[in-house]
Design a protein around this ligand. Structure first.
Ligand SMILES: Nc1ncnc2c1ncn2[C@@H]1O[C@H](COP(=O)(O)OP(=O)(O)O)[C@@H](O)[C@H]1O
Ligand SMILES: N[C@@H](CC(=O)OP(=O)(O)O)C(=O)O
Length: 412
């Protein structure tokens, strides 16, 4: 049984016309003798009646202190509505289909509401329906805890659902349909010169996703990598090839230039809504321990961490600002906060050990009078924190500097 998992995000199921397109994609797979398993996200975006953001705002406006268990139950309704509509769209075209919730699809998670981890997938029900020749439509983003509570997998979690089901069903490929032509050299909404990248290795896409490229969730890439499963990112609006994601090319292929792009930098990603925190505190001060414990207890994730003997510097997401203010004031820390920051990251698996990459990055930002407020790096990335007012300028100049503009088409 050759199974193809196809995931359609909120933008791909937002209208009847689009749901028709989605149904046709699944039917095309079925008609070719393969077995499609369709994963859908909630319909549309903020403001659309059944989108995840709309459901969240419903809870916030009416009951600001909504419990996380009930919030998950509410949020999961978006995907349930979407799956039911999709199964019916397929049926209306003469093909048999069945809609399954995360529970019915056997997706078992822990009880970490709002960001549940999948612990096990029992595919029995799905396989039974596939054997009955039904096109199986499954709600993305949701599962069931061992206590029987509905859980959600974190924002953007339908990609995770698709990858985890692809892995459990031993699918040959997981196709992620979205509203752009594939994974691109930068967010095409901001950079019109951005190019589609024809093929990428897991590591680069993972870093892109982790550093803000919303097109795919980093967890989905992690799952695909551990099971060596191919991911394809494609546009629902056209039939272009999209991006294929699998292993890094072998060194012999790199030498022969097979399946390997020539550029040093693969892409630029960005994240907004970041706050830089600077705390003046000596390493011997016992308040250091309180700080780290409070951050852990309050589930505040810190990034771009630079701890010096007399200062501790890190960044947080804007949503955690209230908590950080409370913690820092509680222990009377001497601190300053800088809001309205963005993190810009260049990504490329070939940059490790290559001299001069940071120099090019710094020179380009400097030429544009863009101050680097902080920086960090890994084997495949270099990130700079900048003021968000400079974001567009930084992305445009870096995109050009690292030869990613459209006239320099991304070659494979
Ligand atoms: N490097 C990138 N390549 C492609 N898209 C990107 C990139 N960075 C950010 N994006 C954004 O990701 C969006 C797709 O993700 P999302 O809105 O979550 O779609 P979906 O509804 O299909 O899940 C695109 O519209 C694009 O603006
Ligand atoms: N609907 C959920 C899950 C999801 O993955 O959505 P999308 O595929 O539209 O990004 C969310 O908005 O977070």
């Amino acid at each position: 049984m050759e199974i193809v998992v196809q995931k359609f995000g909120g933008t791909s199921v937002a209208s009847k016309e689009l749901r028709d397109k989605v149904a046709n994609k699944a039917i095309q797979i079925k008609a070719s003798g393969k077995y499609p398993v369709v994963i859908v996200s909630a319909i549309g975006r903020k403001g659309d009646p059944y989108s995840t953001d709309t459901l969240i705002s419903l809870s916030q406006t009416i009951y600001p202190e909504f419990s996380s268990r009930e919030l998950d139950m509410l949020m999961s309704c978006g995907e349930t509505i979407s799956a039911v509509l999709m199964a019916n769209t397929i049926k209306s075209k003469g093909y048999d289909a069945v809609a399954l919730t995360g529970f019915q699809a056997g997706i078992i998670t822990n009880s970490n509401f709002g960001a549940a981890e999948v612990e096990n997938v029992n595919t029995k029900n799905i396989i039974n329906y596939l054997k009955k020749d039904k096109i199986v439509v499954i709600t993305g983003f949701q599962g069931i805890s061992k206590d029987g509570d509905i859980t959600t997998l974190g924002r953007g979690g339908s990609d995770t659902s698709a990858a985890i089901l692809g892995e459990a069903l031993k699918a040959n490929v997981v196709e992620i349909y979205t509203d752009v032509d594939g994974v691109m050299t930068a967010d095409p909404r901001l950079i019109s010169e951005a190019n589609v990248i024809e093929s990428l290795c897991y590591e680069e896409v993972y870093q892109m996703a982790r550093c803000g490229a919303k097109v795919i969730h980093p967890k989905a890439v992690e799952i695909a990598e551990r099971s060596n499963m191919t991911l394809k990112v494609k546009n629902i609006f056209n039939d272009t090839n999209g991006t294929i994601i699998n292993n890094r090319p072998s060194y012999s292929n790199i030498r022969k230039n097979v399946n390997h792009h020539k550029k040093l930098i693969t892409a630029i990603a960005h994240m907004n809504g970041i706050v830089q925190v600077v705390i003046n505190i000596n390493s011997e001060d016992e308040k250091n321990d309180y700080l780290l414990k409070e951050l852990t207890d309050n589930k505040v994730s810190i990034d771009m961490i630079n701890f010096f003997d007399d200062r501790k510097i890190f960044t947080i997401n804007e949503e955690d600002l209230k908590v950080i203010n409370k913690v820092l004031d509680k222990y009377n820390f001497d601190y300053s906060l800088r809001s309205n920051c963005s993190k810009v990251t260049i990504i490329g698996y070939k940059i490790h050990g290559v001299p001069g990459v940071m120099a090019r990055l710094a020179r380009t930002l400097n030429k544009g009078n863009i101050k680097i407020l902080q920086s960090s790096d890994s084997n495949t990335t270099i990130s700079c924190l900048i003021n968000s007012d400079n974001l567009l300028k930084a992305l445009k100049t870096l995109h050009k500097e690292f030869d990613l503009n459209r006239e320099n088409k991304f070659e494979n």
